[in-house]
Every structure is written in C-alpha cells, then in structure tokens.
Design a protein around this ligand. Sequence first.
Ligand SMILES: N[C@@H](CCC(=O)N[C@@H](CS)C(=O)NCC(=O)O)C(=O)O
Length: 83
Amino acid sequence: MLELYQKESCPYCTKVRRAMEELDLDYLCHTSVKGSPKRELLTKLGGQEMVPFLVDTTDPANLVMMYESDDIIAYLEKTYGKK
Ligand SMILES: N[C@@H](CCC(=O)N[C@@H](CS)C(=O)NCC(=O)O)C(=O)O
C-alpha cells in the first residue's frame, strides 16, 4: 500500500498528488498539519518534520520511505509507471 503524508496547502504535496492521479494509483492520504498526531508519526518514521513523505509498504520486506517531491515522483514513475 502507498501512504502519503501531506498537507493541502503544500505545493510540493500537490505535485505528488497530481502525479499519483496521473499514474492512477490508489493511496492512503494522511493529512499531517503541524502539531497533529499524524505529523508526530511522520517525524518518528522519517526523522524530519517535512511533507510530502511517502511510505510504500507494498513489499513488507523492502519498506520504502522517502521525502522530496521530485524523488517521490521519480520513484512512483519508475515503480508503477507504464513499462
Ligand atoms: N524540497 C522539498 C520541499 C518540501 C517542503 O518545503 N515542504 C514544506 C511544506 S510546503 C514543509 O514540510 N515545511 C515544514 C512543515 O510544514 O512543517 C520537496 O520538494 O518535497
């Protein structure tokens, strides 16, 4: 499963959401505003208090977690784009 920690007002998050829409990907969206429990969880998971943050649990043996919108989009296109 793909999980995206994001917030609506963040342009980098918008860019990632659009890419996911274009790739027709289903994902769990965690809206994580400052001070919220989801923000705390994201900081605990990734080590930085920053969105967007992607978690891909599709292969439990190879959990993928990443920040940086461009890196996230490149990963999604490479992993889930048309071959
Ligand atoms: N280079 C990063 C920039 C991400 C970024 O600046 N995110 C801002 C929100 S737009 C952020 O997380 N700021 C700290 C915060 O909201 O707590 C990317 O492309 O993903």
